[in-house]
Structures are given as C-alpha cells and as structure tokens.
Design a protein around this ligand. Structure first.
Ligand code: HEC
Length: 149
C-alpha cells in the first residue's frame, strides 16, 4: 500500500515537473501569436489608411521607405538628426508636420483624428516589424553579421 502511494506520488511529481517545464514554451508561443496578430492588424491598417499608397517600397520617390526605419537616425528638414524610436514614429503619424524628413515635401496628413490609440500601437508594431531586428526595450542587441547599425 505504502509502495503504491509512493509510486502515485512520484508520478504526480513528474506531471507537475513536466507541466512546469512546458509552461514557458507554451507562453512564449502564445506571445508570438499575439505579436503576429498586432503586426498583421497594423499592416491591414497601413493599407486601409492609405499609408502604403504613398509609402510603397517601389514608389519611394514620394515618401520615405519605411523598411528598416525603426531605430535608424533620420535627418529632418530643420537640420536636426533624431533617432526613429517609438516616440518618433508616433509623432510622424500624429504630427507629421513637426518631424518632416529632409528632402521630402510635408504632404503627409496628420492621423491624429483618424486613428485610435490602439490603432497607433498596431501601426507602430507593424512599422517596427519592417526592420530586420525589431528590438524590445529589455532585449539585448544581438550581433549582426554585417556589423551595420
Ligand atoms: C500623402 C502621402 C502620405 C500618406 C498617405 C502617408 N504618408 Fe507618411 N510620409 C509621407 C511623406 C512625404 C513623408 C516624409 C515627409 C515627412 O516627414 O512628413 C512621410 C513620413 C513618414 C514617416 C517618417 C519616415 C522617416 O523616414 O522618418 C513615417 C513613420 C510615416 N510617414 C508613416 C506613415 C503612416 C503609418 C501612414 C499611414 C497611417 C502614412 N505615413 C501616410 C507621405 C505620406
């Protein structure tokens, strides 16, 4: 009887241990799915709001290419050089006249009254995904083969 009890106990401990080992993997898979969804929402918004009409990669005569923009330095028409961090991207969408990229006409409309805060977050997630290594604030930068950056 006692032996059986020990066996059952050992089995139960194994189940708990395996669950504990698997939980983080399941969690990160969930997080991944969520990120993909936000990025996809942002991409859809970019199409429906007309961003891609001006910012399409093939058309970058009119508007700057948004690929690889996140965390890059940008020179503005007033001579300032700023880092294209999240705050900059947000401002570019909500107050484009305040951060006009050098060499471009200030033709981008403000989306302040067009998008909700949540939609701005979706757009930001999408814009960040266009950079080869979108960095999370708490993620240590990884080495790139090219050594660029
Ligand atoms: C009418 C054309 C047009 C539309 C529509 C448009 N943009 Fe722009 N956008 C521009 C131009 C031109 C610039 C460069 C001048 C400036 O900074 O205002 C720019 C600049 C930007 C920048 C800064 C780029 C850089 O290199 O620093 C971002 C980010 C951006 N746009 C995102 C968006 C998003 C997101 C949307 C849709 C919600 C959008 N734009 C819609 C024309 C447009």
């Amino acid at each position: 009887m006692r032996r059986l009890f020990h066996l059952v106990l050992a089995a139960a401990i194994h189940v708990v241990l395996i669950a504990a080992l698997l939980a983080p993997a399941v969690k990160s898979a969930e997080a991944q799915t969520r990120t993909t969804t936000v990025v996809q929402l942002g991409e859809a918004l970019c199409h429906s709001l007309g961003c891609t009409a001006c910012h399409a990669k093939e058309l970058n005569v009119q508007a700057p290419d948004l690929h690889g923009l996140f965390n890059r330095n940008v020179t503005l028409s007033d001579g300032r050089t700023v880092r294209a961090d999240e705050a900059y991207l947000r401002k570019s969408i909500l107050e484009p006249r305040e951060v006009v990229v050098a060499g471009f006409e200030p033709i981008m409309p403000s989306y302040r009254d067009v998008v909700t805060d949540e939609q701005v977050d979706d757009l930001l997630a999408y814009l960040k995904s266009l950079s080869p290594e979108p960095r999370q604030p708490n993620e240590r930068p990884r080495r790139r083969r090219s050594g660029a950056d």
